[in-house]
Design a protein around this ligand. Structure first.
Ligand code: 5GP
Ligand code: MG
Length: 174
């Protein structure tokens, strides 16, 4: 598959990440926030964000799969990896790559609230508001984009393209 166009350049990504990091630094300084990276897509965004935040913080990982037991794709999300750090009374920031229909994140946020954090906020680099099927809004959004399938900056197509430093749109299949 070939790249059709660059939607968000590396320069634009890095300057927006710096703005978001500055905002988070301002709000979370002195709170030792727990950054929850949602695997695998937000690995790269999380790594850039925390390096620009420049305050004491902790990082942990969580993974949600959209499929049940593998044979039947029920569409019901399942927690594949839970955080190893206790969320209770912590200021938790969930860091996501993209907010699409919202089903995954609504499920995830519900699970995390049960773990009784002191506060829980959602930070997503990309938001596709037109695609939303369930009610959920992110507290911090990098870029809002129209309805299209993107890759790069952590986002994959069949596990490829995650390492691209920019976000692009692939050529349609013939
Ligand atoms: P949701 O539950 O919000 O529909 O699903 C979000 C997940 O779908 C994301 O974490 C991501 O894995 C995948 N996804 C949604 N839109 C895109 C896209 O444009 N490109 C890629 N690569 N993945 C997407
Ligand atoms: Mg994802």
């Amino acid at each position: 598959m070939r790249m059709k166009e660059v939607l968000i350049s590396e320069e634009k990504i890095q300057s927006r990440v710096a703005e978001m990091a500055a905002e988070l630094k301002h709000e979370y300084e002195g709170k030792n926030p727990l950054i929850l990276c949602v695997l695998k897509g937000s690995l790269i965004f999380t790594a850039d964000l925390v390096r620009k935040m420049d305050i004491p913080l902790e990082i942990d990982f969580i993974q949600v799969s959209s499929y049940g037991n593998g044979t039947t794709s029920s569409g019901e999300p399942v927690l594949k990896k839970v955080p190893s750090i206790d969320l209770k009374d912590r200021h938790v920031i969930v860091v996501e790559d993209i907010l699409d229909t919202g089903a995954t994140l609504r499920f995830l946020m519900k699970k995390l609230i049960e773990m009784q954090p002191a506060s829980l906020k959602l930070c997503t680099f990309i938001d596709k508001p037109e695609r939303r099927k369930v009610q959920i809004e992110a507290d911090y959004v990098g870029y809002k984009i129209p309805n299209c399938f993107i890759v790069g900056y952590g986002l994959d197509c069949a596990e490829q393209f995650r390492g691209l430093p920019y976000i692009g749109i692939l050529e349609e299949d013939e």
